[in-house]
Design a protein around this ligand. Structure first.
Ligand SMILES: Cc1cc2nc3c(=O)[nH]c(=O)nc-3n(C[C@H](O)[C@H](O)[C@H](O)COP(=O)(O)O)c2cc1C
Length: 264
């Protein structure tokens, strides 16, 4: 008896065509899936944009309140922010001005490299500041500051008491320093070191700065010094420079000098 011959499935023309159909179908499904997914993702991105903007604005307001020591989680940020007055400061004249028009708000002035201690290259002509009054007297003036750290530009707010000199608090609402190193600018224990510090020395020059190795509480200038961040000398230096710039002649110096003389 002869052995049955092993069957070899020779591809037929119709078999090759159905294999091609399979590949074609897979490609079509993949393509449709790609289009559907990209539509879903882009629709979500566009649709959620207003929500993201609203959250960003809420976070900015929360940080303004935190800097001034007015934030409490029991109340809505929007309600708390109702007691905050928004004013525009003309940095050149050092005075409050009426709300500038859209073009004027965009106006930027180049900072000569030798004076650009904060590393920001340009500054706006007008800056939005925040005022809190209590029974007719000035409780807080909250000013935006920003400047270069090690890896990022840090954006924050400093709140000063009505004397235009005593710090009520500091908060950063945007920064990209390394978590655990420069990122410790958001550490509540470090932020707690700020209230009560003073900005201007008796000669009227800004003196507040960070001190590497920690502040000696008995030192004559302890009121003008805050501990630098451990392992983040460069971020700390950036913050000292930012303070020097924003409280100096090109920043809020003229405005705060006027405030200290009782002119608001
Ligand atoms: C991965 C990495 C991330 C760092 N991030 C920061 C930072 O965010 N801010 C900073 O000042 N230094 C940072 N440093 C350290 C600096 O390179 C530098 O060594 C430090 O600022 C010196 O600070 P010290 O004199 O307090 O040690 C980082 C270093 C490494 C390796």
């Amino acid at each position: 008896m002869s052995e049955p011959e092993p069957k070899h499935d020779k591809p037929t023309e119709s078999g090759a065509a159905s294999a091609n159909d399979g590949v074609g179908r897979t490609l079509v499904v993949a393509l449709v899936l790609c289009v559907v997914c990209s539509l879903v993702v882009s629709t979500a991105a566009v649709g959620l944009h207003p929500l993201q903007e609203a959250n960003r604005e809420l976070d900015r307001q929360r940080n303004i309140l935190l800097a001034a020591g007015l934030y409490t989680p029991e109340r809505k940020v929007a309600d708390l922010f109702g007691s905050v007055e928004t004013r525009w400061v003309d940095l050149s004249s050092g005075r409050f001005v009426d709300s500038p028009d859209r073009d004027a708000r965009e106006e930027r002035i180049s900072i000569p490299a030798a004076r650009d201690v904060a590393g920001i290259k340009t500054r706006p002509r007008y800056v939005e500041a925040y005022v809190v009054r209590e029974g007719g007297t000035l409780h807080s003036i909250i000013l935006p500051i920003w400047g270069l750290g090690l890896y990022s530009t840090l954006h924050g707010y400093v709140a000063l008491a009505g004397d235009g000199n005593t710090v009520q608090g500091l908060r950063f609402y945007q920064q990209g320093e390394t978590p655990g190193l420069g990122g410790e600018v958001d550490n509540p224990r470090w932020l707690d070191l700020w209230p009560g510090k003073r900005v201007y020395a008796d000669d009227g020059n800004p003196r507040l700065r960070l001190v590497k190795g920690g502040v000696d509480p008995n030192a004559a200038d302890a009121a003008y010094a805050v501990d630098a961040l451990t392992g983040a000398t460069l971020t700390s230096r950036g913050i000292s420079r930012m303070l020097q710039y924003w409280f100096g002649e090109d920043g809020y110096g003229p405005f705060l000098a006027g405030l200290r003389k009782g002119r608001l």
